[in-house]
Ligand binder design. Structure first.
Ligand code: SAH
Length: 268
């Protein structure tokens, strides 16, 4: 079983070089602690050092032993997130000092989480790294809102796109959305207006159904819907502030998802 091993003791009893610890890139899922993998829950429960970002639910952080050292690299009010290079350096330094490090990240470490960069930095420094996958926001939102990302009658292609990236509007959106396709946009609320304009300019019908899932799998989850042309107004009028994904395509208008959304709206 893959759990952090205790450090080997020097056989001579004299202090030798400190054995390097290991870095675990662990996916914390979209919020609900029940959606952690067993491996993630076990590693968190045995952790000595946890380096975590802001999207990790406090209920998940509460699984760490009281003695664990928790290091936040999250955005705090006016301050900026710790630069990625600094996070990489921190992980490497902790491991080289002999600590096993749990690097806890929202969703899946390898979906828009910069986990690839952290893994590369560790490998370059000779630090062993292991990845524990997590449920990405798209899967969490799809399940919680009863919106299958693929459906025999609606979509056989799914694309995950980051809505906040360099050259957003130069990106070729053709082929990502349309008949038979589901487009999931992470980090897209701030750029929703530009995204919807670009998609419509690239030929997508303005009435294409869209759902915005905010705080997916959490108690305060909201599922909001609009035609593509109304996306920008929707996120503005509904004051969407929590982590949200935008799902574009026919799967958001299936009868099942409709029922679920109506049920949620009546609870609000
Ligand atoms: N690695 C993460 C994504 C990190 S990028 C994953 O696999 O899910 C951060 C973005 O993820 C947010 O801007 C938002 O678009 C999305 N996200 C994360 N948690 C979410 C949640 N609970 N509900 C909706 N979207 C979420």
């Amino acid at each position: 079983m893959n759990v952090p091993a205790p450090l080997p003791e020097s056989s001579t009893g004299t202090p030798g070089p400190v054995a390097s610890g290991k870095v675990w890139l662990v996916g914390a899922g979209p919020g609900d602690p029940d959606l952690l993998t067993l491996r993630a829950a076990r590693l968190i429960g045995q952790a000595t050092v946890i380096v975590h970002d802001g999207l990790v639910d406090p209920r998940i952080m509460a699984l760490a032993p009281p003695a664990a050292r928790l290091v936040s690299v999250a955005k705090r009010r006016a301050r900026h997130t710790m630069p990625q290079e600094q996070i990489n350096a921190l992980l490497v330094a902790e491991a080289l000092a002999g600590n096993d490090v749990i690097r806890l990240k929202g969703g899946d470490p390898f979906i828009f989480g910069r986990g690839g960069e952290e893994a590369e930095a560790c490998k370059a420094a000779g630090v062993t790294v292991e990845v524990v996958p997590g449920i990405s926001a798209a899967m969490g939102a799809a399940a919680a809102a009863l919106m299958p990302l693929t459906h025999r009658d609606a979509a056989s292609v799914v694309s995950f796109v980051a809505g906040q990236c360099k050259g957003l509007t130069e990106q070729n959106w053709a082929g990502l959305a349309g008949v038979g396709r589901t487009l999931v946009i992470y980090m897209g609320v701030a750029t929703a207006s530009a995204i919807s304009e670009k998609l419509i300019a690239d030929g997508l019908a303005p009435e294409t159904p869209v759902a915005v899932v905010e705080n997916a799998t959490r108690a305060d989850m909201r599922v909001l819907r609009a035609p593509l042309a109304g996306l920008a107004n929707l996120v503005e009028d509904a004051h969407v502030r929590g982590p949200s994904i935008i799902i574009i395509g026919a799967v958001t208008a299936r009868p099942d998802s409709e029922l679920r959304v109506l049920a949620l709206e009546s609870e609000l």
